[in-house]
Design a protein around this ligand. Sequence first.
Ligand SMILES: [Ca+2]
Length: 286
Amino acid sequence: MKYKNILTIFLLVSLFLSFSMLQVNVLGSDETSALSGESPQEKIPKRITGKDGTPMVLIPAGEFQMGGDMDEANEKPVHTVYLDAFYMDIYEVSNAQYQKFLAATATGRDPRGYWTQRRPGYDRPNQPAIGVTWQRAVDYCQWAGKRLPTEAEWEKAARGGLEGKKYSWGDEPADETMANFGKYITGYSTPVGSYPPNGYGLHDMAGNVPEWCYDWYRPDYYQNSPQRNPKGPDSGFHGERVVRGGTWQSIPMWIRCAARSGATPKPKRRDLPYSSGFRCAKSFSD
Ligand SMILES: [Ca+2]
């Protein structure tokens, strides 16, 4: 009888330990992710916080289909691209964050800006910074221990893990519940994160403010771009850098994941209200 009791206790303890280990595994899979294809044993965090205090999410390593097969020649051909794992800012950089950068760096101010002056419609702290030159965006990212995303990284992130879909949420038509777009006359940018996230948890990859990428812009780049970790051509068409995602003014066509455009890195003052904001990326290996 005594022997039976000991055996029962032993079995109960074993069951409890097995259950606990199962729970640890399940919890662990929510917080970390295997670096697919490279080192299945290695666990890396799915979310991190950048030096500027903003959350970033892991975009896993792997292939995706880049480009579009609509009428736009600069999106063709659709081609397979492999990217190493990287982190992407969940939100566009806000006025408040950009202000912190200006205050913390030698520059201290940016006379071109829409963040230090009262500009009704654009100047709230949680609205995205706009009118940022490409170089200032690069400087901000560096200050925050990050970098601008490449065009390929931006598009993979925008697709949110979906393949061959038109928008960051899928093929459903764009409407006012999904993104800030189509408000050409009366609209403004909205506070970052006002619309639902995509499959990777990223907000405003469609519309709100357009976003600088690292690459020079060339309409024909996809004809001969590298298959692994492309970083853009050596020079830009009319000296332009890539801008992605469309704006609060865009028609649906221009907030598609594949839609490409370029802009002069240092916009003219009169174009500032319509020029770019940005978000940062970070290599997993950094
Ligand atoms: Ca955007």
